[in-house]
Design a binder for this molecule. Structure first.
Ligand code: C5P
Length: 209
């Protein structure tokens, strides 16, 4: 089963204050950590970069393409470069440089075992409430909630069908779920933090070491 990975790094990093994927983390660019882990499962890697950077070669990537206005549009731009014979496609946020090779392997294995999609999940430890304005509407049952990370793996047919609708969502699994695909969770990794603010760099540096 050919496996391709699409790494999206085309966000503007507004909360971070600049392009996160070029930041140095333990001596390597944030993007390089993801490319390295992806290569442990991938027959090919597509990197999606901001428009101004997409004309350069990216070490470790088989193809580079410019992203779109939303995360989902950026994934679609990457997907267009994945060969038709890929059977499993993994989508990963460059903003999660501490994702391990084992985590990539775990989501791919779950799709090989028959799921349409597989996502890493970690338990919710805070109490979560639904609000309207400043009014609490409901307290959600925490034992049924999880935080979801990337990498997310999919049967190629399911992911391509989900993106053919040209919809937007905060992750790819949501689009596959909307079409009725079976998405399963695998054990996520609490060290697989998303780089959002400059203060996250110190914790991520510890995680990658
Ligand atoms: O904005 P958010 O934190 O959800 O971004 C998650 C990932 O999606 C980041 O790696 C970011 O670079 C990428 N992204 C993208 N194109 C966009 C928006 C986000 O590739 N238009």
């Amino acid at each position: 089963m050919a496996v391709w990975v699409v790494i999206v790094a085309a966000g503007r990093g507004e909360r971070f204050g600049g392009p996160k994927h070029l930041e140095l983390l333990a001596g390597r660019r944030v993007l390089d950590w993801s490319i390295g882990a992806a290569r442990s499962v991938a027959d090919g890697v597509v990197v999606v970069l901001p428009a101004g950077e997409a004309d350069r070669d990216e070490p470790g990537a088989d193809a580079v393409v410019a992203g779109g206005a939303t995360r989902s549009a950026s994934v679609r731009a990457g997907l267009a470069l994945v060969p038709d014979d890929a059977e499993v496609i993994v989508v990963h946020d460059a903003a999660r440089p501490a994702a391990s090779a084992d985590l990539f392997r775990a989501v791919v294995a779950a799709v090989r075992a028959g799921a349409s999609g597989a996502v890493p999940a970690v338990p919710v430890t805070d109490t979560v409430k639904l609000v309207e304005g400043d009014r609490v509407v409901e307290t959600l049952a925490r034992d049924r909630l999880v935080f979801v990370q990337t990498p997310q793996a999919f049967a190629a047919t399911a992911l391509r069908a989900a993106h053919a609708t040209a919809s937007d969502a905060t992750d790819d699994a949501a689009l596959v779920e909307r079409l009725g695909g079976t998405v399963v969770v695998v054990a996520g990794d609490s060290r697989n933090l998303k780089l959002t603010e400059p203060a996250d760099l110190a914790r991520l540096e510890q995680a990658v070491r």
